[in-house]
Design a protein around this ligand. Structure first.
Ligand SMILES: *Cc1c(COP(=O)(O)O)cnc(C)c1O
Length: 399
């Protein structure tokens, strides 16, 4: 046994070389863990820091009403669904959540998946095949890119980020395709900018292409009561497929595809993450239902999120580190990976946790730290972050 293990580890020695390469390129990352709850104040390695990296936009990860719903669900239904959806893993509450999400999103139907990542895997391959074309924004999320890769016999086109002339060029170039799908993030996760949806909708209508929008960072953030970018731009009924996540603002985990009843029915038959992977545990389903209840009743957390976002950006502009984004995602772009990691490290020493984002998540020369604003940040916490950015920014020659 022992001998086998050492032989096996020897055969894996190339992994160590790969790691060394990442380290040499200043691209190596390690997991950081914190103790206690996700929140604006966390403890990492015994050090208390302010958390400016979470997608917990509305602070719902430990909202009392939602925690209570999750606990009750465990008592009522147990801890697991016990099967994939199509065998015997669909509980009444899964269907209830899907009906509620459909009403919330103003669509005919929705289908929930284990994550936003798998929602993209569920939505794209079932409808795209031989002779079809997919036209995708250059900065789309990795899960869209991977979902497109899973299709077979499809012409794959990428248009320059948010460039409507290029999108039109690609639409013209794919005229002979059987079906065409244009796919974009609603909010781009690394730059925090919005897709120009009204223009994209107009082009898709003109060229008769199906439009899919991945609203992971817009779910619970943009639109009335957090319905997303389609609602934000008053385009309800004109976006064919909307993907949302339950893992960011909604506070739990999961994703959904909001579209037509037929689209839902087809995915139930063809979407591999649904067919071959177990469905949400009941506590997750009930947490999400409680979160949707909360968002539909009360938009004060969303209002606070936007208040905090405006406050923080104004402060950063004041100190000479303006962030050019349209959302609570605030990228501070510094260029080289090494510099971004140094900035993140110094901020941490000063008590602010902001993660560096480097290649391959962003382009090689666009390394950054990415500040995530939450509704639960206090004004004092925002002030401290701005002051610390000023201090460390000067130190590193950014200001
Ligand atoms: C975060 C994100 C996802 C993945 O969502 P999860 O629920 O975390 O799997 C998918 N698409 C986009 C655009 C995202 O930002």
């Amino acid at each position: 046994m022992v001998q086998n293990t050492s032989q096996a580890s020897k055969r894996l020695d190339f992994v160590k070389d790969d790691i060394q390469q990442l380290k040499d390129d200043h691209l190596y990352q390690e997991l950081v863990s914190f103790s206690g709850k996700q929140g604006t104040e966390i403890t990492i390695d015994g050090k208390k820091v302010l958390n400016f990296s979470a997608n917990n936009y509305l602070g719902l990860t430990d909202h009392p009403t939602i925690v209570k719903a999750a606990k009750q669900a465990i008592d009522d239904y147990g801890v697991g669904a016990g099967a994939v959806r199509t065998i015997i893993g669909t509980m009444d509450i899964h269907q209830e959540l899907e009906r509620r999400l459909a009403a919330y999103k103003h669509t005919e139907a929705t289908l929930t998946l284990q994550s936003g990542f798998t929602a993209n895997m569920a939505a794209i391959p079932p409808i795209m095949g031989e002779g079809d074309a997919i036209i995708s924004d250059a900065l789309n999320h990795a899960s869209i890119i991977d979902a497109v890769r899973l299709t077979k016999g499809v012409t794959k086109k990428i248009y320059q980020h948010a460039d409507m002339n290029d999108l039109e060029t690609q639409l013209k170039a794919t005229k002979s395709a059987r079906r065409r799908l244009v796919v974009t993030d609603g909010v781009f996760s690394m730059d925090g900018d919005l897709a120009p949806l009204p223009d994209i909708v107009a082009l898709c209508e003109q060229y008769d292409a199906v439009l899919m929008v991945d609203d992971a960072h817009a779910s619970g953030v943009f639109g009335k009561n957090g319905r997303g970018t389609t609602d934000h731009f008053n385009l309800n009924g004109r976006v064919d497929i909307q993907v949302g996540t339950l893992s960011k603002a909604i506070g739990s985990v999961g994703g959904y595809v909001a579209s037509t009843q037929a689209m839902r029915d087809l995915m139930i038959n063809k979407a591999r993450p649904l067919l071959f992977s177990t469905s949400h545990p009941p506590s997750v389903v009930m947490s999400c239902l409680a979160a949707i209840d909360l968002l539909e009743k009360d938009s004060s957390l969303i209002d606070k999120l936007w208040y905090n976002t405006r406050y923080f950006k104004a402060g950063m502009k004041n100190i000479g580190l303006p962030a050019d984004s349209e959302s609570p995602i605030v990228p501070v772009i510094v260029g080289e990976s090494e510099k971004a990691q140094e900035l993140s490290r110094r901020l941490f020493e000063e008590g602010i946790y902001v993660r560096a984002i480097v290649y391959p998540t962003v382009a090689m020369d666009k390394a950054r730290v990415r500040v995530m604003i939450n509704a639960t940040h206090t004004q004092a916490q925002l002030d401290r972050a701005i002051e610390t950015f000023q201090k460390v920014g000067k130190e590193l020659g950014l200001i």
